[in-house]
Design a binder for this molecule. Sequence first.
Ligand code: MN
Length: 423
Amino acid sequence: MKISSLSSLNTWVHVPANSDFTLYNLPYGIFKYGSKKPRVGVAIGEHILDLSYLYKKGYLDQLFLNENVFKSDSLNRFIALGKPYWTLTRKRLIDILKEDNGELRDRKEDVEKALIPMKKATLLMPVKVGNYTDFYSSMEHATNVGKMFRPDGDPLLPNWKHIPVGYHGRASSIVVSGTPIHRPKGQTMPDGATTPVFGPTRQLDFELEMGFIVGRENELGTSITTDQAEQYIFGMLIFNDWSARDIQKWEYVPLGPFLSKNFASSVSPWVVTMDALEPFRCAGPIQDPPVLPYLRFEGEKSFDIHLEVYLQPEGGEPQLISESNHKYLYWNISQQLAHHTVNGCNMKIGDICASGTISGATENSYGSMLELTWRGTRPIRLANGTERKFIEDGDTVIMKAYCKKGNLRIGFGSVQCKILPAI
Ligand code: MN
């Protein structure tokens, strides 16, 4: 279908103007409502469409599923069905929700049970994450960090334009939007000191990232090419990779970040599928010097996703502090997955690969406090008169993401997380 015909697709469900959750989007998530067990739903306007209920009532019989994969507390079973099923399910859901289709619309009792007001539901972690990898794919971010952490050397290390640099993070501490986080404690080496000290981090930071969810497994010993990569990706979500900069600076040599990163990452509850992202494909930055053959790719593999970060002090209003875009990433997600598996590493369904902080070229597009305040030397002024070098107790960080092209708009909703004092 052409974009022009898609953007004029209307649904009989009320979708407010500028909603992230248009008929064209239909992102998947896990929700809990009333006394019922968690289940799979898709977001539409201000509602969640309960797929488990639709399955039970026969609305999804055309999919010939062997079991109700939607009666589950994670998307993993649905994802495991594979890309043809993701696409078929999407088509069927668009069909059911189209304004001229009365099969569900006209059965008031079913509509009442299938459409849950999002406000009244609790959104849960969308996937069971087995493994989490964090890339470092924004050249602007890597350059800024290099300038601050290694002022005497080249900001970009010699491998950076040849390798989509990444490290293995920790899956157990990935939490869904709304889950508060306590300020982490650890070892730091204060500037000018000769012995380290222990205590709560004084440089708590967010990282504006997007993650993709692995949707298909490759066998141990085999690799995924850049051509095949998107067949192995279910969708994307917003990813806030919390970081403690003072702990990071002291611990990261020579094996990279450890406790400065693994205390928490926050994700948005809705996973936007690659099918929904299709119209927002675009070209990425030119890669120079040329990359090795296994990292070359054909066509457009980047995505035009507008990103925003808001900081909300305790008792105050959210204030926009950064605007960036997923398309700024030097290394695209297909290259990330090809690189991750080129050695035969096997990916699992539900694994998350995050992009690394997504910074743009301008100072208002930096994706972390470290860069926005240049390690605290240029504090951000807030509307309530206070200023921030890093994130303080009581602050809430909110990230939003959406794509827009003509009348067509899809969004990721938001991920928000409040910081509580150290325990
Ligand atoms: Mn990160």
